[in-house]
Design a protein around this ligand. Structure first.
Ligand code: CTP
Ligand code: MG
Length: 256
């Protein structure tokens, strides 16, 4: 069984939208819902675990009930750091999940091909992550901003999600990180510390993490030329409007 954990418990500070960016509208549907629908369209995916802030759990359960076509889902509470949110999600996934994928809720432009390739590679190697070749030259600097080294760009990859692992490896990696008080910037770094292999799956440059306001414009531009997404947008127009109203009502309710 393949379970996908979606960390969505951040505050979206850099987006400056005054709300969790996962609930922001992107071309007619909330970002989180777009992401969940992408994974729900993959036969190889069995279950979705959505991790949101504790105060958002009931609200997100209500929203997701309005969305047709989702794979079986569960909503659970996250923590103060992404790594803690993911760990709660892994615990929620249960023992039946042989393969666990972790995917940022804020990456709705993920392709089906990348999802399937990460699942296959995780089954084969134990750990696999989506990434793209670095486009820019990257410098390694010291604290005084003096350049120390220029790593060979042909060996550098910019890492994305999904990141997929055999459940046992991911659990062991998280337990070790907890014990060592290690906070990683991605899930694979925890697995690498164990000496377990992690393989790169070449993804595409569209799989951006929506982080700052201009990313919304970029994502809209990508969606506009994506005929499948457009068709989905039309079919989901009514659902999108209902979701927007429900989200507005909840945020308004919280502000009252
Ligand atoms: N995330 C999470 N729990 C946290 C922090 C982040 O589940 N304690 C999730 C976010 O919701 C997001 C993903 O991890 O889907 C990637 O994090 P990021 O892009 O940094 O999102 P935010 O933390 O929400 O944004 P910011 O850092 O600008 O506040
Ligand atoms: Mg963050």
């Amino acid at each position: 069984m393949v379970t996908v954990v979606f960390p969505a418990a951040g505050r979206g500070k850099r987006m400056q939208a005054g709300m969790n960016k996962a609930f922001m509208d992107l071309a007619g549907l909330p970002i989180l819902v777009r992401t969940l629908l992408k994974f729900s369209a993959c036969e190889a995916v069995d279950k979705l675990v959505v991790v949101v802030a504790e105060a958002e759990v009931a609200f997100v359960q209500r929203i997701l009930q309005l969305v047709p076509g989702l794979k079986p889902w569960q909503v659970t509470a996250g923590g103060s750091e992404r790594q803690y949110s993911v760990l709660n999600g892994i615990r929620c996934a249960g023992t039946e999940a042989e393969i666990i994928l972790v995917h940022d809720a804020a990456r709705p432009l993920i392709s089906k091909e990348t999802i399937l390739a990460v699942i296959e590679a995780a089954k084969e190697h134990g750990g696999a992550i989506a990434a793209v070749p670095a486009k820019n030259t990257i410098k390694l600097c010291n604290d005084q901003h003096q350049v120390v080294e220029t790593p060979d760009r042909s060996k550098l990859w910019e890492v994305q999600t999904p990141q997929g692992f055999q459940r046992e490896i991911l659990l062991r990696a998280n337990a070790q990180a907890e014990q060592d008080n290690f906070l990683g910037t991605d899930d694979a770094s925890l697995v690498e510390r164990l000496g377990e292999p992690v393989y790169i799956v070449e993804s595409d440059y569209r799989n951006i993490k929506i982080t700052t306001p201009e990313d919304i414009l970029i994502a809209e531009a990508f969606l506009a030329e994506d005929s499948v997404a457009e068709a989905m947008g039309e079919a989901f127009q009514t659902v999108g409007q209902a979701l927007q109203q429900a989200i507005k009502a909840d945020i308004q309710g919280a502000a009252d």
